[in-house]
Design a protein around this ligand. Structure first.
Ligand SMILES: [Zn+2]
Length: 207
């Protein structure tokens, strides 16, 4: 990551690469203006990257652990829903691609909140599982939790079989006859059927 000179390679953890140090960035958002800031981070990059995505922790104590700044229970930063991150990284599947498309937007939003004392200037998702479902409602163009759950189930099913099932959008047609099937086919390119099945089961509780 030559763009981020404050980061250096630390002792690796198993097969993963660990980057530690000061992550400095400067970014501009149309409704939030320009923000230049830095965070002390530890980024763990799995050996399987970009198939598996890195996780990042903030180690400088700058991001409040108050449940309002998208920090997971295991202290990793909640950068977005898994499928959204996968989609972002697919455009530039490198470490700097991950930094630019996943890490910087998150840190930008946190800095905005810390500097201005107000909410993020652009659509913020709920934290955790609810946020993931909200994001998938938007990505799939669906209206409810149960529709998203069903769409994930179809993504975990062979395409030919899935296309014969009733469409998750409640259009009354089979999936293969609705435009939603094109949307879902796009996501099939990002992950395997078994990934979608495992992901759905993890999200499944209470749906
Ligand atoms: Zn439909």
């Amino acid at each position: 990551m030559k763009d981020y000179r404050g980061m250096s390679i630390g002792p690796s953890r198993g097969a993963a690469l660990v980057l530690k140090g000061i992550f400095a960035f400067s970014a501009t958002h149309k409704s939030g203006g320009k923000i230049t800031d830095s965070y002390q981070l530890e980024i763990t990059v799995p050996a399987e990257f970009p198939k598996l995505l890195p996780t990042a922790r903030e180690t400088g104590g700058k991001i409040p652990r108050d449940g309002k700044h998208h920090v997971n229970d295991d202290k990793s930063l909640c950068l977005g829903s898994p499928l959204r991150l996968r989609l972002k990284v697919s455009g530039k599947p490198t470490l700097s691609g991950f930094a630019e498309s996943c890490l910087v937007p998150y840190l930008y939003a946190v800095s905005y909140k810390l500097q201005n004392g107000v909410e993020f200037p652009f659509g913020e998702l709920s934290h955790g599982e609810a946020g993931i479902i909200e994001d998938y409602m938007e990505m799939f163009g669906l209206k409810s939790k149960s529709e998203v759950h069903y769409a994930l189930e179809l993504l975990g099913t062979r395409r030919r079989v899935a296309n014969k099932q009733p469409c998750p959008c409640n259009c009354g047609q089979r999936l293969g006859r609705c435009r939603l099937h094109r949307t879902l086919n796009g996501y099939r390119k990002l992950e395997s059927r078994s990934w979608f099945n495992t992901h759905r089961k993890r999200l499944g509780a209470g749906m």
